[in-house]
Write a protein that binds this ligand. Structure first.
Ligand SMILES: Cc1ncc(COP(=O)(O)O)c(C=O)c1O
Length: 403
């Protein structure tokens, strides 16, 4: 039979990252494609201990739970965000989601009508573009540089398009690894307040820092006014384990209420068992989360440096890249005129994969860009993978030297 799919689902393309993951699964391909954390650093023992504590408390971990999320987890997260990030919220301003991906989805579902405009960085997080496509939003990229969105272009687009919200990943962004400067964060907040436009601050990587310097979150800069315009989302995926599928969002209570309504129709609530395990893991007598994050950041820093050393080799001299100060990604610009998608075919033949940058652009893509993940593979594997990639680049340059 001919299945008749909705226009909505047909208009959304499958994620290039997920497709490349499928391509590389089970093969001896070294993948720098996914945004995967280091498996060998998952705190398995602590998760086991926390689970045992949860089950000792009775069978309620297996019962249906609240749509907004388990109260103990919301309270502990609210306290942690206050002390760690200076983001002030109480449990009623916080909703637990199945990963921060779901928080983005529910936020968009609560706010957007078809045709509404959302402003995004250029480039931006691919799976957010998928969500926005699903709600038939008009996605307008704002000119962005190493410090964040360029205020002049932002003002022009706020005036021209009257967007519903601005979506940003200002700290160790995906895909670029960039950190917005304090001035750009303040400018975004001021301009969005002037134009009464919401901001969705997506912060999955903020804890994975390689330096002691910390720029305040936009949600912290906002403080706690009567009408919050900033919604802040983060996740346990990058600091504990993504398989637990637990993230959260802080926003004005009225937005949380509407998102809860959307969540009821989506999955009723996130896994109670996972939430209770994580709630236990926020107790210092069960797990020292900050020590764990500190160790993990040191591990990722070493992997980042290993990749940086490889990128310093001769073959990459005409490419541009920044040394990430945290997070999980290098963003590389090959010489103008070269297409990273074509390079990928050549790289996969050599046994290494990455994500071409094209998918991260809402507007006209820069085809010579690529994202390299450094958190998943161990240093030795990174070296081997980069040797293969450098070889692919060398052949590719040879083939296209006339370009
Ligand atoms: C910028 C950004 N936002 C959100 C997510 C979703 O993370 P999760 O749903 O696992 O919390 C990711 C995952 O890679 C991401 O890079």
């Amino acid at each position: 039979m001919q299945y008749s799919f909705s226009k909505r689902i047909q208009s959304v393309e499958s994620s290039a990252v997920r497709d490349i993951l499928k391509l590389t699964q089970g093969k001896s391909i070294i993948s720098f494609a996914g945004g995967l954390p280091a498996e060998e650093w998952f705190p398995v023992d602590a998760i086991r201990t926390a689970s045992e504590r949860v089950f000792r408390q009775g069978p309620q971990a297996l019962q249906y739970g609240l749509t907004e999320g388990t109260l103990s987890l919301r309270e502990r997260l609210a306290a942690r965000m206050g002390s760690q990030r200076n983001i002030q919220a109480d449990a009623e301003e916080l909703l637990i989601s199945s990963g921060s991906q779901q928080a983005i989805d529910l936020f968009a579902r609560a706010i957007l009508d078809p045709g509404d405009v959302v402003l995004v960085e250029n480039p931006t997080y691919l799976a957010c573009l998928q969500v926005l496509g699903m709600y038939n939003a008009r996605v307008i990229p704002v000119e962005s540089d190493d410090n964040g969105m360029v205020p002049e272009d932002l003002v022009a687009k706020l005036k021209q398009h009257q967007p519903k919200f601005v979506y940003v990943v200002p700290t160790f962004g995906n895909p670029t690894g960039r950190v917005w400067s304090l001035e750009r964060r303040e400018a975004l907040l001021r301009l969005c307040r002037e134009h009464e436009v919401l901001i969705l601050e997506d912060d999955p990587y903020g804890d994975l820092r390689f330096t002691s310097e910390r720029v305040p979150n936009i949600a912290a800069l906002e403080g706690r006014p009567e009408d919050r315009i900033v919604a802040y989302t983060s996740t346990f995926s990058k600091t504990v384990a993504p398989g637990l599928r637990t993230g959260w969002i802080v926003a004005d209570k009225r937005i949380i209420r509407m998102m809860a309504r959307a969540k009821q129709s989506s999955d009723l609530h996130s896994s109670v068992l996972d939430q209770l395990i994580l709630s236990e893991m926020l107790l210092p007598e069960v797990f020292k989360l900050d020590d764990h994050i500190h160790k993990l950041s040191a591990v990722y820093k070493e992997r980042m440096e290993t990749m940086a050393t490889e990128l310093q080799k001769e073959m990459w001299r005409d490419s541009k890249w920044n040394t990430p100060q945290g997070g999980m990604f290098f963003w590389v610009e090959l010489p103008e005129g070269l297409d990273a998608q074509t390079l990928l075919t050549c790289a996969v033949e050599k046994g290494v994969a990455f994500v071409p940058g094209t998918s991260f652009y809402a507007g006209e893509p820069k085809r010579n860009t690529m994202r390299l993940n450094f958190s998943f593979a161990q240093p030795e594997t990174i070296r081997t993978g980069m040797e293969r990639l450098t070889e692919a680049v060398s052949e590719f340059f040879g083939r296209y030297s006339g370009v």
